[in-house]
Design a protein around this ligand. Structure first.
Ligand SMILES: NC(=O)C1=CN([C@@H]2O[C@H](COP(=O)(O)OP(=O)(O)OC[C@H]3O[C@@H](n4cnc5c(N)ncnc54)[C@H](OP(=O)(O)O)[C@@H]3O)[C@@H](O)[C@H]2O)C=CC1
Ligand SMILES: Cc1cn([C@H]2C[C@H](O)[C@@H](COP(=O)(O)OP(=O)(O)O[C@H]3O[C@@H](C)C(=O)[C@@H](O)[C@H]3O)O2)c(=O)[nH]c1=O
Ligand SMILES: [Mg+2]
Length: 295
């Protein structure tokens, strides 16, 4: 089984490359700029066809949430038009596409964990552009999985865990919002889930359960609780530590609004694919140790 993933150095792409190397019978090819530039849709079809995939994983995206407020055209070009082109390329090749979306398609007003049938209502440009991307992917063909992870972190690229470890090296105390709740999700776990689902799509020619799936780490916390577990794990491994001070969202002003409730239920993914993510603390420990090992 050969997977083509968009975005070369992204967290999910890098995690899939690593997971592919560890498995026999699975080959992962990553395609990125300049060959595949989502902001230049004319590059997309040829770049994906050249990879000769059995399945396309659409992971590349414009992910700078605050910056997107100032660059809505670019965010929509990449996350909506570009994502739609990737799905069109897969449809033309007659193969399924697994597209990554986000919890930020919701406004956070729900009382509990969001399920796939809940109404979307993005608060900012990034979320709106990702929602438009979901629609473009669905319009390109029926054989799509749209996965919504959240709060993604990994040993690769830029993420909240790396930021906390970097800041803790210079400071005794870090103020972190304690009133936004969600499910930290390891990109290594996402890669494992994608390979699991891709194998089912590839082997079961009668697979019919295409559509939208939430896919997040098991258990919930807020950003402050996540930060505290990252830094406590670091301390236990001889890495940097800082005291985490709980603050409110209003005390951490940002350009983009973020959902206060980002909690997603992964029950549909578990029921369909028989795969459940590890508890978020376990995955956090695994990744923090890997980040520290690289210093
Ligand atoms: N990060 C998170 O917390 C979350 C992410 N997601 C979604 O999951 C997916 C994977 O996220 P993640 O791995 O963290 O993303 P990253 O931000 O780590 O990586 C994004 C990748 O997209 C590439 N990219 C950006 N613009 C273009 C472009 N114009 N053409 C081609 N490639 C481009 C980047 O390339 P380059 O390296 O050259 O810049 C990079 O490789 C995305 O769809 C994202 O929206 C969902 C929930 C949470
Ligand atoms: C660095 C920092 C952040 N924060 C807050 C800001 C924000 O509310 C929260 C997390 O910060 P981030 O910059 O990681 O947030 P953000 O970039 O919004 O993360 C999001 O990225 C996109 C791509 C997604 O799809 C989402 O699932 C989510 O992971 O923590 C603090 O309170 N203190 C700090 O020192
Ligand atoms: Mg960020």
């Amino acid at each position: 089984m050969r997977l083509a993933v968009t975005g070369r150095d992204g967290q999910v792409a890098a995690s899939l490359l690593e997971a592919g190397q560890a498995r026999t019978g699975v080959e992962v090819v990553a395609i990125g700029r300049p060959e595949l530039d989502l902001a230049r849709p004319e590059t997309v079809i040829d770049a994906i066809a050249a990879a000769k995939p059995d399945i396309v994983v659409s992971a590349a995206a414009y992910t700078a949430v605050d910056q997107a407020e100032d660059e809505p055209d670019l965010a929509f070009a990449v996350n909506a038009t570009g994502a739609g082109k990737v799905a069109q390329a897969a449809a033309r090749l007659g193969v399924p596409v697994i597209h990554l979306s986000t919890d930020y398609v919701f406004d956070g007003s729900a009382p509990g964990a969001y399920v796939e049938t809940d109404a979307t209502a993005p608060l900012g440009v990034y979320g709106a552009s990702k929602l438009a991307g979901e629609q473009a992917v669905a319009a390109a063909g029926p054989r799509h999985l749209i996965l919504r992870p959240a709060w993604v972190y990994s040993p690769f690229g830029r993420n909240f865990a790396k930021t906390m470890l970097r800041v803790a090296a210079d400071r005794d105390e870090i103020s972190v919002v304690a009133d936004q709740w969600g499910n930290p999700t390891s990109a290594l776990d996402i890669a494992d889930a994608i390979l699991h689902a891709a194998t089912m799509l590839h082997e079961d020619t009668h697979f019919r359960a295409f559509g939208v799936y939430h896919l997040v780490g098991t258990g919930e916390t807020n950003w402050s609780g996540f930060a505290r577990h990252i830094l406590d794990t670091s301390l236990a491994s001889g890495g940097p530590w800082a005291d985490v001070r709980d603050i409110a969202t209003k005390d951490y002003p940002t350009k983009a609004r973020r959902p206060v409730n980002s909690r997603l239920s992964s029950a549909k993914f578990a029921a369909t694919f028989g795969w459940t993510a590890p508890e978020w603390r376990k995955s956090t420990e695994r990744i923090v140790r890997r980040i520290l090992d690289r210093r």
